[in-house]
Design a protein around this ligand. Structure first.
Ligand SMILES: C[S@@+](CC[C@H](N)C(=O)[O-])C[C@H]1O[C@@H](n2cnc3c(N)ncnc32)[C@H](O)[C@@H]1O
Length: 221
């Protein structure tokens, strides 16, 4: 599957979607990476701001954000109806607006979000779809609003590179090659966003996980 016209299920294959949450908890240092991402989103968000979680999966981040920022309006989009059904069934999900849609064609108006989150989404997309999804994020963000990305970056050392090779075997080389090369910031910048150096880098079972923030400096597209 190319990832351009469709979505890739959260755990790579539809049969594993129900296992996604425990896999992340066991292998991705979730108790560190989610709070770091939540803090970045919450700290950058004005009172009553609107946040869009793109590729929200089973909804863990959106629901945690709703708990720490009850003032925020939170919308969450995913291409997979099964992942959305799992999200909707979780405690704390009812204040969130869940929608089925693709990152490459967001069902959102121009300049309507104060923040967008893409957590573990971009490594599922082909290079062309990554670019389109990031241009879509720039379209939907208000001027000056922030994009928060958590995804795989260049390995800090040979052990992390070997770990990431395992993820590439599972998720595919075509969508992950640019992550191994450390090209994620370039993709974000090519979409017209001003990207800061990673604020968090974590060693995980699957390689180096990076958290990045970028600003939509330009006018809405
Ligand atoms: C690895 S999961 C990450 C889920 C969640 N953001 C998290 O941090 O746990 C990737 C999610 O992206 C969704 N996805 C993949 N390609 C997509 C696309 N082109 N448009 C929308 N969602 C997509 C999948 O359905 C899946 O739920």
């Amino acid at each position: 599957m190319s990832g351009d016209a469709r979505y890739v299920p959260a755990a790579g294959r539809a049969a594993f979607t129900r296992l996604y949450d425990p896999i992340v908890a066991l292998t991705m240092r979730e108790s560190t990476f989610r709070p770091a991402l939540l803090t970045a989103v919450s700290d950058g968000l004005s009172q009553g701001g609107r946040v869009l979680d793109v590729g929200c999966g089973t909804g863990t981040l959106a629901i945690a954000l709703a708990a720490v920022r009850p003032d925020a309006q939170i919308a969450a989009v995913d291409g997979d109806p099964e992942a959305l059904a799992l999200a909707r069934a979780k405690p704390g999900s009812t204040t969130i607006t869940w929608s089925e849609g693709l990152a490459t064609a967001l069902p959102e108006p121009d300049a309507s979000a104060d923040a967008i989150v893409m957590s573990l989404l971009l490594h599922h997309l082909s290079p062309a779809a990554k670019h389109t999804a990031l241009v879509e994020a720039a379209r939907v963000l208000k001027p000056g609003a922030l994009l928060h990305v958590a995804d795989w970056g260049r390995a800090q050392d040979p052990l992390m590179r070997a770990a990431f090779f395992g993820l590439q075997v599972i998720d595919g080389f075509a969508t992950t090659r640019d992550h191994a090369a450390g090209a994620l910031p370039t993709f974000i910048a090519d979409a017209g966003l001003v990207v800061a150096p990673a604020h968090t880098r974590l060693r995980t079972v699957w390689g180096s996980l990076e958290l990045l923030t970028a600003t939509n400096a330009g006018p809405p597209r």
